[in-house]
Design a protein around this ligand. Structure first.
Ligand code: ADP
Length: 667
């Protein structure tokens, strides 16, 4: 044998000793794996015996294994250092193997090596222990004393072998082993480890149970694994019913939850860690995505915030600089906002924000405004109030418009009031009304004189008049009548506006009033060849009304009908009862009123944009007076028309006199 081969045999001897120790720690002594490895040990021993009388294995002070004083350093064959703990535990300097050694002796020697340190220390002489185990071809070269250091017990041969098996298990469970014999070896190891525990104690500990669970779950079809496990355990000499019980309990535990964590590392642990890792990675990815979407949202909301802030700034600027005063109060009546104009108008300051409006503005009108806070939403209350501001002695007139503010749920959250200083406007209106009333009065006196003179000339009290003269005088008379009607209208309007109009109520026969109005206008209608028809329900009750005003209303409506109806037209005045009212209606065959104008023709000075052709220019106050008079009587007036197909003006008057509203039209 060459030196090289010999050196390899030395290394392989040590390696196989280490392997055998591991196998014996896992498998029963009769197991083929154990038998095989013992055979290898014998083979390498014999190789060395061929060149030397015995085999002396020792450890150098620098922890090198020596065989026949030659260091074994064949790294290529595996971990030879695994044999050093045997020396430590046995407390020996060397082991001498002599030729003639058999497999049984090696097996017994290894069993001794696997005893725990304490048991070994109990035996006074290791060689006696060998002898009692029938080992005659191995002797130990012992230390003169044995120093047992703390932790030395842990560095046992058993632990080393177990570590190797655990490493195998780990490879097995993470499916790293492909060799079938090796797989079978690991599985047999599992069976025998669990089997010997079960056989010995009648039950198995948590570690074995976990091992079994992992083993069962390692298979795609756990039933197959279960069957094999059962057969193997029974074959190993375990009681059939305790095997059944154990397996049933394990299957229960598998069904209930995941395998409990083992202290030992294993393939399943690795798989679980890989799973956890994957899960954590996907959670991390989800969190990252969430974070990026959140930061997007944050950026968006920052943008939006800025937009809202800018918008608020803009609105604040508008509110604070507008010509109208603005006061906002909350639901309790506390000031939330006053703009600059309102500050000057009311004499309040920004410091008053947060105080009750009633404590700041000592004016009963404003108080009524705040008290109305319970009013209906979207109702705007308009009011003109006369007001002495804190820093002014002159009286100001403010037009206030107040509206309730509601939140989206319909709860009142406050009220907004805008204030317009209409002091100047009121002064102008007053001046104008006084002027119109004065002028109208001054105009009426000479008109009456002219009217009287013309009628005297027409009835020939002032001498004869020719037919031509009579014709001209009639024209003058007619126009004079219209002029005086117009002046009357103006005078009435100024009275109505100044709330100085008073009704002189008496019992009025409406048919009589219609007859009077028609006879006044009949001559004018005839000149235009327009027919006036009457359709009056006989026996209508008398109504309480101001006769002259009702005739004036009828003259205005029938007069408009004549004015706007072309020749050959027809006017019908109908009159009849309607519930507790009398309804009067003037229909004509004139041009009608466009729908966009129909609501507005009753407004002061309003004339339709497309003026119907007429021989007389209008003023736009006739219908305003009609409306005022009818409403003073407690009635209602409106127009109906299909453009191009005539118009109808309808009014109602209550049979019972309505009480006059003193706040509307006093006198
Ligand atoms: P005006 O002096 O202009 O007639 P009114 O107040 O009497 O003033 O009428 C207002 C406007 O209503 C008129 O200018 C006219 O355009 C329209 N209007 C009134 N009555 C009639 C009618 N019978 N047919 C058509 N349009 C009418």
């Amino acid at each position: 044998m060459t030196e090289n081969n010999l050196s390899l045999s030395r290394a392989k001897l040590i390696l196989n000793l280490v392997i055998t120790i591991r196998h014996i720690s896992i498998y029963p002594a009769k197991h083929p794996i154990v038998i095989n490895s013992i055979r290898s040990v014998l083979g390498f021993l014999n190789d060395i015996f061929a060149g030397s009388p015995n085999v002396n294995i020792s450890v150098s002070p620098d922890k090198k294994i020596l065989v026949n004083n030659e260091p074994v350093e064949e790294k290529s064959v595996g971990d030879l250092q695994g044999f050093i703990p045997v020396f430590n535990k046995l407390g020996i300097e060397g082991l001498i193997f002599s030729p003639g050694i058999n497999a049984g002796e090696i097996s017994e020697f290894i069993k001794i090596a696997l005893l725990d340190a304490q048991q070994i220390r109990k035996a006074s002489d290791l060689n006696d222990l060998f002898a009692s185990a029938g080992i005659t071809h191995i002797s130990a070269k012992q230390f003169s004393y044995i120093k047992v250091e703390k932790g030395m017990e842990d560095a046992s041969v058993g632990a080393g072998a177990k570590d190797a098996f655990k490493a195998k298990l780990k490879d097995y469970f993470s499916r790293k082993i492909s060799d079938q014999t090796e797989i079978a070896g690991v599985e047999t190891g599992i069976f025998s480890a669990v089997g010997s525990e079960l056989k010995e104690k009648g039950k198995v500990g948590a570690a074995s149970k976990n091992l079994l669970k992992k083993f069962i779950m390692h298979f795609e079809k756990p039933d197959d694994a279960l069957g094999r496990l059962k057969a193997a355990l029974i074959e190993l000499g375990c009681q059939a019913d305790s095997v059944e019980q154990l397996l049933a309990r394990i299957m229960d535990e598998i069904a209930q939850g995941p395998v409990t964590r083992q202290r030992t590392g294993s393939g399943a642990d690795e798989a679980r860690l890989a799973d956890e890792n994957r899960m954590l990675k996907s959670k991390l990815a989800a969190l990252e995505a969430q974070m990026s979407s959140l930061s997007d949202k944050l950026a968006q909301s920052e943008k939006q915030n800025k937009r809202i802030h800018d918008e608020k700034q803009r609105i604040d600027n508008i509110v604070h600089n507008m010509a109208e005063g603005m006061v906002v109060v909350d639901a309790e009546g506390k000031i939330v906002l006053v703009n600059q104009t309102a500050e000057t108008m009311l004499g309040v300051t920004k410091d008053d924000v947060g105080k009750f409006l009633k404590d700041v503005v000592k004016d009963e009108h404003l108080l009524t405004v705040t008290r109305k806070i319970g009013m209906e939403a979207d109702a705007v209350v308009e009011k003109d109030i006369e007001f002495f501001s804190n820093n002014e002695s002159t009286k100001r007139v403010l037009r206030t418009s107040s509206a309730v503010v509601e939140d989206p749920n319909g709860n009142t959250v406050g009220m907004v009031t805008t204030l317009n200083d209409i002091t100047r406007q009121k002064e102008v209106e007053k001046l104008k009304a006084g002027f119109v009333a004065g002028v109208s009065h001054e105009l009426r006196t000479p008109l009456v004189a002219i009217e009287k003179s013309i009628s005297m000339m027409l009835d020939k009290s002032a001498g004869d008049v020719s037919d031509t003269q009579k014709q001209f005088l009639s024209i003058a008379d007619r126009n004079l009548k219209r002029l005086s009607l117009l002046i009357n209208d103006l005078l009435d309007l100024s009275k109505l506006e100044a709330n100085r109009m008073q009704l002189k109520r008496e019992l009025v026969n409406i048919e009589q009033a219609v007859n009077d109005a028609v006879s006044t206008l009949d001559a004018w209608a005839k000149t235009k060849t327009v027919v006036i028809e009457k359709n009056i329900t006989p026996g209508l009750p008398l109504i309480s009304a101001d006769q002259n005003r009702i005739i004036q209303v009828l003259i205005n409506l029938i007069g408009n009908a004549i004015k706007y109806t072309p020749s050959q037209g027809r006017i019908t005045v109908s009159c009849g009862p309607e519930k507790d009212m009398i309804k009067v209606r003037v229909d004509d065959t004139g041009p009608g009123i466009p729908p966009e104008d129909i609501e507005r023709i009753f407004e002061k000075f309003y004339q339709t944009r497309e003026r119907p052709s007429s021989d007389i220019a209008g003023t736009g106050i006739g219908l305003t007076i009609v409306k005022e008079f009818i409403e003073l009587h407690g009635g209602r007036v409106w127009a109906e028309s299909e453009h191009g197909h005539g118009s109808a003006f309808i009014f109602t008057l209550p049979l019972q006199a309505a009480a006059q509203d003193p706040t509307q039209h006093g006198g």
